[in-house]
Design a protein around this ligand. Structure first.
Ligand SMILES: Cc1cc2nc3c(=O)[nH]c(=O)nc-3n(C[C@H](O)[C@H](O)[C@H](O)COP(=O)(O)O)c2cc1C
Length: 208
């Protein structure tokens, strides 16, 4: 029997990877909305992830009309300019959605529908919140929307049922361990897909 140990592989330095450019989309614009509390929680976790470079798209910061147009006015183009370049530059998205009447808010659908290629061949993760549902029905509806846009939704999600009760007045989560673990899982999946798709698109353009 040959007991000679196989020579150990020479150490290979990991290729330096550019961070994944992730756009966090805050989907609600309701007066008095809870969304920013959830967004701040997510941003603090993303701040600990050097593998992501983060941008934020807050639907409340734009005033896109619900009437879509192939020839938007100068005013509408100015609103699109706040959003479209950020979506186009992103490698990946985290969509924050509450649940309104068993689905996602119209404000989120509006920003989705104003765009098409910007979503294509990119991964999408979700952080949802709401009443008893935790926004899970909104997420399931969004999965079918993003499939139509050739986006890839990752399995891992973060869901906050009765969201308001989980955060204190300063916006800190009262029991952060489980949601942080869920967020890590979702972000790890998002990073994997973003890098895989980035490499694939470098090799060959996505054809729809
Ligand atoms: C119009 C409306 C409909 C809602 N419908 C649901 C629902 O179907 N299921 C649920 O769990 N929560 C529901 N909620 C609770 C919201 O998900 C919760 O208030 C959440 O914080 C709303 O997000 P926002 O504060 O960022 O707007 C609803 C709230 C509103 C305003």
């Amino acid at each position: 029997m040959n007991t000679t140990a196989a020579p150990s592989a020479a150490p290979v330095s990991a290729p330096t990877e550019a961070p994944v450019r992730v756009a966090v989309v805050i989907g609600s614009n309701r007066e008095g909305r809870f969304g920013p509390v959830v967004a701040d929680w997510l941003m603090s976790l993303l701040g600990e992830r050097p593998d992501f470079a983060v941008d934020v798209i807050d639907v409340a910061a734009t005033d896109l009309p619900t009437a879509l147009s192939y020839d938007p006015s100068a005013e509408v183009r100015a609103e699109l300019a706040k959003v479209t370049p950020k979506l186009a530059a992103a490698d990946a998205f985290v969509v924050l959605t509450p649940e309104y009447n068993h689905s996602y808010p119209a404000s989120l659908k509006n920003v989705i529908d104003w765009h098409h290629a910007e979503w294509q061949a990119k991964p999408v993760g979700f952080v949802s919140y709401g009443g008893i549902s935790g926004g899970l029905r909104a997420v399931e509806h969004l999965r079918t929307v993003f499939a139509e846009l050739h986006a890839v939704t990752v399995r891992g999600t973060v869901s906050f049922a009765n969201a308001g009760s989980h955060f204190d007045a300063s916006g800190a989560h009262r029991d952060p361990e489980a949601p942080a673990a869920a967020a890590k899982s979702m972000l790890d999946q998002l990073a994997w897909w973003a890098k895989a798709l980035r490499e694939a698109k470098e090799a060959r353009p996505y054809g729809s």
